[in-house]
Design a protein around this ligand. Structure first.
Ligand SMILES: [Cu+2]
Length: 282
């Protein structure tokens, strides 16, 4: 994070606008390589760690390949009619033990820092509880008067133009951009996993347990994710759509959500949606 953060951020933004357009929706795309653009401090950290490990790996691979090539040439049979009988070299042996250990320590330090960084936020502005179900997500807002609703995938037959197949949902989970949002995950049946790649959020949803993480979405937009723990037949039918809004947008969404999802909404609608997903499969 040192150097010229502003300049780097500006260059990065220009680059992003060039390759991905404005960050209105983050989802996987055809022929994608590497990560989706990062939109949270955690995902930025993950990308940094990833880049560091990739370069270390490249250096080790090149070094080992070069050593192998050199040995094949240097000790070839034609140049060495009489084979060497040397079998030990203490200094070398210590070196090739200590050096990899040092490399592992170099990787471990930022790695542990990331684990603790994504673990929790000290200053949460609000909390969202996420409950995994076979096969949909339930979102609770305990700080906003206990708003609670279910989020089902939009079945392929019901998609409107521009909606992403297998990613769009009927009720998106809405968060305020720029705020620290504590996320608590759990499950009502089997193990699910709450995963949003561009936000660096990935937590198991385990029945009987509550697991914590957090997110600070850097700008308004829609960020797609999926359950990424095989959880049964319709595992692929429980995507996640996070909509980050401005503070004012979020406040007015809360007001509409209070009436829209009063008393938990219409429970029968969920059954209908699951049935629709089943139908598109047949
Ligand atoms: Cu699942």
């Amino acid at each position: 994070m040192q150097g010229f953060p502003r300049l780097r951020a500006a260059i990065f933004t220009v680059f992003l606008m060039a390759v991905a357009g404005p960050a209105s929706a983050q989802a996987p795309h055809n022929w994608q390589l590497s990560f989706q653009p990062a939109h949270s401090p955690v995902q930025q950290g993950i990308e940094g760690l990833h880049a560091m490990v990739i370069w270390l790996m490249a250096a080790v691979t090149i070094f080992v390949a070069a050593l192998l090539a050199y040995c094949m040439w240097r000790f070839r049979a034609s140049a060495n009619p009489k084979a060497s009988r040397i079998s030990h070299h203490t200094t070398l042996e210590v070196a090739w033990t200590v050096l990899p250990v040092l490399i592992l320590v170099i990787i471990a330090i930022p790695s542990f820092r990331m684990i603790y960084f994504e673990d929790r936020t000290d200053a949460a502005d609000m909390t969202i509880k996420v409950v995994g179900h076979q096969w949909y997500w339930e979102y609770d807002y305990p700080d906003q008067g206990g708003i609670k609703f279910d989020s089902y995938m939009v079945p392929t037959d019901d998609l409107k133009p521009g909606q992403l197949r297998q990613l769009e949902v009927d009720n998106r989970v809405v968060v305020p951009a720029g705020k620290n949002v504590r996320i608590l995950t759990t499950s009502a049946d089997v193990i699910h996993s709450f995963f949003i790649p561009s936000l660096g959020v990935q937590r198991y949803a385990i029945p009987g347990r509550t697991i914590e993480t957090w997110v600070k979405v850097d700008q308004p937009g829609v960020y797609y994710g999926q359950c990424n723990q095989i959880c049964g037949t319709n595992h692929s039918a429980m995507p996640i759509a996070v909509e980050a809004m401005t503070e004012q947008g979020f406040a007015s969404w809360i007001e509409t959500a209070k009436t829209k999802f009063a008393a938990g909404g219409d429970p029968a609608s969920g059954e209908r949606r699951l049935a629709a997903v089943e139908n598109t499969r047949r």
